[in-house]
Design a protein around this ligand. Structure first.
Ligand code: G1P
Ligand code: ZN
Length: 543
């Protein structure tokens, strides 16, 4: 083994405040690019003598990147790396492994739901010792290191065969290759009543479809829904992970999970449908001819947690990202626990989970999770719903409609204006900033604006402050309109508009969500001058 120190030049591609780097594969293929970022992380992450987890969602470049990271870990004095077989780990499974093995952290190779393949996207992020995405102090260090980097260290050892479970050696580095699905299934079996779920599958009338979108959850889903629970052979669709996700966009929502949604809306629909994204942290929940909004899903999960073995002792609190609907707040109020409102992004839940202030958390962007790991967890949410269906003996629709009857309904939709010029995105946000003092008291499109602000969050555990997290417009009666720019888009700016209307009595309202929110949609356009400033008369994606 020879360790080489290779001279390089600094780069500054990481967006400050984000936990990783997400770029085109072709960018990652340029000389020293991946290596610079990995070295910037290793320099900040106390890696000497440490154990580090490595795995990715299996997209194109996953295996090449992992071999590079192994050689760099070896050259930088890491003691052991734990890697999923074939280099594949879902994001929540990686989070679990970091916690279970008390690792110093983990490299997760994924661009989540972004398309893959040689012309698609690749990404890398670092999760810290609690299993969650690196906090801002750490990502600032990665960023600053990347601005100053002059060299990186790598060995010239041969590649490791990642297909065999067991131990290998790369120089002085111990390489442990594990069966990731087995570990994850074991964790799930301690949270959910697998026997009750098996009985549901064997009851004769129950059928489900799970769309793995040719992404990382395929093997986990085959093991759970078919082998363990005994679902029919075609329960899992698109279950073979492909390096380009079959050319698809592995994001489980109305825009990209059309095939599954059609099946659930067909005459012979199964009782339950679900999907997960590229790296397995997002989830979509469907009933027969019925869509469950992620905000409602979080609220239903919280209201029924006492029925599920892993949560039967009650929950300590709930957190939702600011744009997520306030449905969970109603449940928290009923349960007498706190509901925290955090900025967008899973990393803001980390301290609340570590401090046991919350048990459950979620985002409107198809993310739901609990204190079992420090990432959102797609399959966890699906298993929660399966366990709930098995216990309650009701359909998905009955469960959700029953919930609305008790707590009222938060009609909700998100409108995305994608890839608008960065300049236009900034002008819209600036215009909103400038309107904050004049909007309260006005009636726009028939809606009375009560107050508005630029959302700022003080972490209740470490008192860190995060400012400018979105413009929040509060309307009389508990409705809201929220505007923010995406932090994950890779082209220009993406404006996200979140629309929410609260109705205590759902029977009185037109059931089509877009129609029900028509005034809110009109008001949003008028308040933010979207059509005028973005040049788009309609959103690109509606979820
Ligand atoms: C989006 C979602 C956000 C989620 C993030 C990572 O971020 O809106 O809820 O945490 O992806 O999955 P955005 O592009 O809006 O910044
Ligand atoms: Zn994801």
């Amino acid at each position: 083994m020879t360790t080489q120190t290779i001279a390089t030049t600094p780069f500054n591609d990481q967006k400050p405040g984000t936990s990783g780097l997400r770029k085109k594969v072709t960018t990652f293929q340029t000389a020293h690019y991946l290596e610079n970022f990995v070295q910037s992380i290793l320099n900040a992450a106390n890696s000497i003598g440490a154990t580090i987890v490595i795995g990715g969602d299996g997209r194109f470049y996953n295996d090449t990147a992992i071999q590079t990271i192994i050689k760099m870990c070896s050259a930088n004095g890491v003691r052991e790396v734990i890697i999923g077989q074939n280099g594949i780990l879902s994001t929540p499974a990686a989070s679990n492994l970091i916690r279970k093995h008390e690792a110093a952290g983990g490299f997760i190779l994924s661009a989540s739901h972004n398309p893959g393949g040689p012309n698609g996207d690749f990404g890398i992020k670092f999760n810290q010792a609690n299993g969650g995405p690196a906090v801002e102090q750490l990502t600032e260090q990665f960023y600053n290191n990347s601005l100053n980097i002059t060299e990186y260290r790598i060995t010239d050892d041969p590649d490791i065969d990642l297909s065999e479970i067991g131990s290998a050696q790369s120089g002085h580095l111990n390489v442990t290759i594990i069966d990731a699905a087995a570990d994850f299934v074991d964790l799930m079996s301690h949270l959910f009543d697998f026997d009750k779920i098996k009985n549901l599958f064997h009851s004769g009338s129950f059928r489900m479809r799970f769309d793995a979108m040719h992404a990382v959850t395929g093997p986990y889903a085959h093991a759970l829904f078919e082998q363990i629970f005994g679902g029919l052979p075609h329960t899992v669709m698109n279950g073979t992970p492909l390096t380009d996700f079959g050319g698809g966009h592995p994001d489980p929502n109305q825009a990209h999970a059309k095939e599954l949604i059609e099946i659930l809306n067909s005459a012979n629909a199964p009782c339950f449908g679900a999907a997960s994204d590229g790296d397995g942290d997002r989830n979509l929940i469907l009933g027969k001819h019925f869509y469950v909004s992620p905000s409602d899903s979080l609220a239903v999960i919280a209201a029924n947690a006492y029925l599920i073995p892993g949560y039967s002792r009650g929950i300590s609190g709930i957190a939702r990202s600011m744009p997520t609907s306030q449905a969970a707040d109603k449940v928290a109020e009923f349960l007498g626990v706190e509901c925290y409102e955090t900025p967008t992004g899973w990393k803001f839940f980390g301290n609340l989970l570590d401090d046991n202030k919350i048990t459950l958390c979620g985002e409107e962007s198809f993310g739901t999770g609990s204190d079992h790991v420090r990432e959102k967890d797609g399959l966890w949410a699906v298993l929660f719903w399966l366990n709930l269906l098995a216990v309650k003996g009701e359909s998905v629709q009955q469960i959700v409609e029953g919930h609305w009857k008790t707590f009222g309904r938060h009609y909700y939709t998100r409108h995305d204006y994608e890839a608008i010029p960065t300049e236009s995105g900034n002008r819209i946000m600036q215009h909103l900033q400038d309107s904050l003092t004049t909007l309260p008291g006005q009636t726009i499109a028939g809606l009375a604006i009560e107050s508005c602000d630029d959302f700022s969050y003080t972490d209740p555990v470490d008192n860190s402050v995060s400012e400018h997290q979105g413009i929040r417009i509060l309307i009389t009666g508990g409705s809201r309109i929220i505007f923010r720019l995406s932090g994950t888009g890779t082209e220009g700016a993406t404006l996200r508009v979140y629309l929410e209307r609260y109705e205590p009595n759902t029977a009185a309202v037109n059931q089509d969500v877009q129609v029900t929110l028509a005034k809110h949609i009109a008001a949003a356009d008028e308040i933010a001058r979207i059509t005028e400033l973005s040049g788009k008369s309609a959103p690109d994606v509606i979820t």
